[in-house]
Design a protein around this ligand. Structure first.
Ligand code: AMP
Ligand code: ZN
Length: 475
């Protein structure tokens, strides 16, 4: 299949044209959420941009199969092998079992995705569904000499690889080798500082709720093995695109590559797509900080979640994005204005095929150029302003919305409908007050009549007695 869809590949540090392993098909994997808490809008920035990537690939003609794991076991708070067990932390906080926590927050995650128009991946697999597959993969790694047992755990031996730090430049590699992650607690079972756990039987979590039998004793898997295994299970030995936030690059994705390629004996995933962070005033938004923004919170404050999607789409996925209510307000009012304008277009006449093709080409250029979503939105505005009939505009906007998912042609109508019902309700209210005032005057209760006038004035409505009767206006 011919096309020029390109994006920045973290592995090669270059913008590359996508050439999938199987012509016309894309095998795509996304690291799913750790379901011990609500997703924050930072996590959701990553999922929004990955959703746009998937939809863009479909838009330019690829047949995409997308897989996502749900991390419901094994993820420790350091992202390496130390710190607290995240699921256990959630269960303790809410006095629930780990599986109850996992079920609740998995549902909450997909509910947020629904509100943000993020499509559910074709396959969603919780890690706890795949324990036997993890065990098999670890057995093969042990057989091939890429793993070892120590102190009851199984570790991956990073010294067996020629190039473990695959995402790093030569200079970074040197720094990483010398001062390897001083923030991480020592584990004296490890032969090399960067080795990581594939299977725990001995950990400091004696109250670990989820444990399974394995050839190495009762225990649970490390975090990284789940993505390698679930990816290979559903997408086969060759993956085209793997996505995540930039914090996943090291150690998570580095370790995924180490395990998968050692297991398979050949290169595994060709393109790595990473979304930069959403930051708040105090830095990276993170669940562990506790105080974070959710979609529900934005809704409570009166924002349409889709306005947050637009907020994300207006900046490039590789740049850090700073969240502030002021910035969101600006985007939300621009969004409202845009969709209300679109709602005035008349769905009549014929689509102008030539104009349609011209603007579609511009849109494809924008998304194919390292997912330039802000440029794609500029094309939306250009269509709205263009000198062409409404039918063609609506056809283009509906088409673009297959990628942008901003409810471009439906949200405005809903807003205008709400506006008109509010007006009708208000009108009824004013008329009833005018009638009440007339009755009070007739009964010579002038105090009450004045009070009604004041009540309306407080609501921004001034009434005037004229020869034709009582009239009102907004003040
Ligand atoms: P987690 O649920 O912590 O496993 O994270 C889910 C996804 O969100 C991962 O792909 C992370 O890389 C990504 N992520 C975490 N924090 C942020 C952030 N502040 N901005 C954007 N993406 C993030
Ligand atoms: Zn992962």
């Amino acid at each position: 299949m011919e096309n020029n869809f390109r994006f920045y590949n973290t592995l090669t540090r270059e913008i590359e044209t996508v050439i999938p392993h199987k012509d016309g098909k894309i095998a795509m994997y996304t690291c799913g959420p750790t379901v011990y808490h609500f997703a924050h809008i930072g996590n959701l920035r990553s999922y929004i941009m990955e959703d746009v990537l998937e939809k863009s690939l479909r838009y330019v003609g690829y047949d995409v199969k997308r897989v996502m794991n749900i991390t419901d076991v094994g993820h420790l708070s350091s992202d390496a092998d130390t710190g607290e067990d995240k699921m256990l932390k959630g269960a303790k906080r809410e006095h629930k079992t780990v599986m109850e926590i996992a079920g609740f927050y998995t549902d909450a995650f997909f509910e947020d995705c629904r509100k943000l128009n993020i499509k559910r991946p074709d396959v969603v697999e919780p890690a706890t569904n795949c324990i036997s597959e993890f065990i098999h993969m670890i057995e093969v790694l042990l057989e091939k000499g890429y793993a070892y047992q120590a102190g009851g755990n199984v570790y991956f031996d990073t010294s067996r690889l020629e190039d473990y730090f695959v995402f790093s430049s030569a200079v970074e590699k040197e720094q990483l080798q010398v001062g390897v992650r001083e923030d991480v607690e020592e584990d004296e079972n490890k032969r090399n500082k960067n080795d990581f756990v594939l299977w725990f039987t001995k950990s400091k979590f004696e109250d670990q709720a989820l444990k399974w039998e394995s050839p190495w004793g009762t225990g649970y898997p490390g975090w990284h093995i789940e993505c390698s295994c679930i990816g290979i299970k559903h997408l086969g030995e060759y993956m085209d695109i793997h996505c995540g936030g930039v914090d996943n690059i090291f150690p998570h994705h580095t370790n995924e590559i180490a395990q998968s390629e050692s297991y398979l004996g050949h290169p595994w995933c060709k393109y790595w797509f990473h979304v930069n962070h959403l930051n708040d005033q105090s830095g990276k938004m993170s669940k562990s900080k506790g105080d974070f923004l959710t979609v529900s919170l934005l809704e409570e404050k009166g924002y349409d979640p889709v306005a947050y999607r637009m907020f994300c789409l207006q900046s490039h996925y590789r740049k850090p994005l700073v969240f502030s209510y002021e910035n969101l307000d600006n985007v939300a009012s621009a969004y409202e204005k845009l969709v209300k304008k679109i709602a005035t277009f008349q769905d009549e006449g014929e689509v102008d095929a030539e104009a349609f093709a011209t603007y579609r080409e511009r849109f494809v250029d924008a998304i194919s150029n390292d997912l330039n979503t802000s440029m794609a939105i500029t094309v939306v505005y250009d269509v709205v302003k263009a000198d062409m009939n409404d039918k063609t505009k609506l056809a283009l906007l509906e088409d673009f919305d297959k990628v942008l998912s901003l409810n471009l042609t439906t949200a405005g109508k809903a807003l205008l409908d709400v506006g008109s019902s509010v007006d009708t309700d208000l009108e009824q209210f004013i008329n009833s007050k005018i009638a009440e005032r007339a009755a009070a005057k007739k009964a010579k209760d002038f105090a009450k009549a004045d009070a009604i006038r004041e009540e309306l004035l407080a609501k921004g409505i001034a009434i005037k007695d004229t020869r034709e009767g009582v009239v009102w206006e907004r003040v």
